[in-house]
Design a protein around this ligand. Sequence first.
Ligand code: AHR
Length: 500
Amino acid sequence: FPVRLTLDPAFRVGPVRRRTFGSFVEHLGRCVYTGIHDPGHPTADADGFRKDVLELTRELGVSTVRYPGGNFVSGYRWEDGVGPVEQRPTRLDLAWHSLEPNTVGVDEFMRWAALAEVEPMMAVNLGTRGVQEALDLLDYCNGTAPTYWADQRRANGATDPYAIKMWCLGNEMDGPWQIGSKTAHEYGRLAAETGRAMKMVDPTLELVACGSSGVVMPTFGEWERIVLSEAYEQVDYVSAHAYYWEEDGDLGSFLASATDMDHFVESVTATADAVRAHKKVSKRIHISFDEWNVWYQKRAESRPPTGDDWPVAPVLLEDRYNVADAVVVGNLLISLLRHTDRVHAASLAQLVNVIAPIMTEPGGRSWKQTIFHPFAQASRYAAGDVLQVAIDAPTYETARYGDAALVDAVATRDPETGATTLFAVNRSLTEPALLEVDTRALPGLRVLDASTLSNPDHTWAATADDDTSVAPRANTTAEIRDGRLTVQVPPVSWNVVRLG
Ligand code: AHR
């Protein structure tokens, strides 16, 4: 079926932000232990960090990494993770019913972040803790004066302050599952006071208040309104979290998940702007979409251990992703990019083993899941400005979201080099689409290359033995004539066309 698209530099939404391509490392399952950290692995460095995972992290093109949680942070004592490793206490991690040995803490993570070439995004515990402990962690990490905590950091080997810019004020405090969860009023006050004190130390910090854990939360909308009414002056971002999965075989709805993300972003933006109008201020609050992905939450491996079973680094949330999952991840990236005017940061949850693009075997191989590819391509090729794409596509009916377009797309264009990239998904389960793209507003473009990720069997999933037989492949149908690009894209596919 034919689909008409129009690219025009006048459709600029805002700049491509590197922070859109963030990810997340939580002390959860095997993300840290046997994920990024595996001292017995042949590639491990002196700290125990796997070099193969570092290499894959750089290849993925991750910009920021949120740490150390997640639900974990709401019961975490950061002091347990600093100083001589052999003196660190082992604690119960109530969030994931696991044992936390504290072998990796703030200093190790910061050394890993430097090797991975990522910007850290640190979360403070506002579940069981409060203003003072957040200030202590801030002083430990960023302190320049000769204070007790900054001196402890120096004694632990980090002479220079870490200068961490982005800080999350707690995690999912609206969720009844969260340790120390709060009402919007309780949390809004705590976020305001924690943020106010942190900015007394450094007014240039960028602070993220917890928004809703999902659009389906009963408090969604009202939570953002109350929290921002309390903490508008102190924070810069409100967070958003969303996970999607195919339910009861309804692939059509699943493939349209990005329409839900669009709705989430637009609703939070409207709410933040309503608070702004009410407060009569010019400052705008931006969105940190700091947890998003496909996550099959109902599968057994998402359930933490119970009873007397308190394992270290159990197998948890190790979803195996198929081709359709990768198409949805690509489409969610399209949604994040087209909202670059308000989404200023985002984190694919998570990075390694736990609902992750990168998988590891303890002491053994590491490999790429299907969702690795759309993320790596978007991070590598999105540059310059984000352009909204005008799309005239047929629609299909979905059980969850009503009518949805069969094709979704966004483009980026570097005004300096003219490099232009079209990212597009075909959500049709059965039909190829012929994209007819009017590029006459961008004269002189040629096709540099085009690639497609798809497979006749969209349930194909990578394994440690085979993570290459389905990957983005050259799409030889792309051509430009008289300013009109045409490209044929198969059903259930993620596509990247680079023009220059
Ligand atoms: O990413 C997995 C979990 O999902 C996080 O710990 C939590 O914040 C969210 O509910």
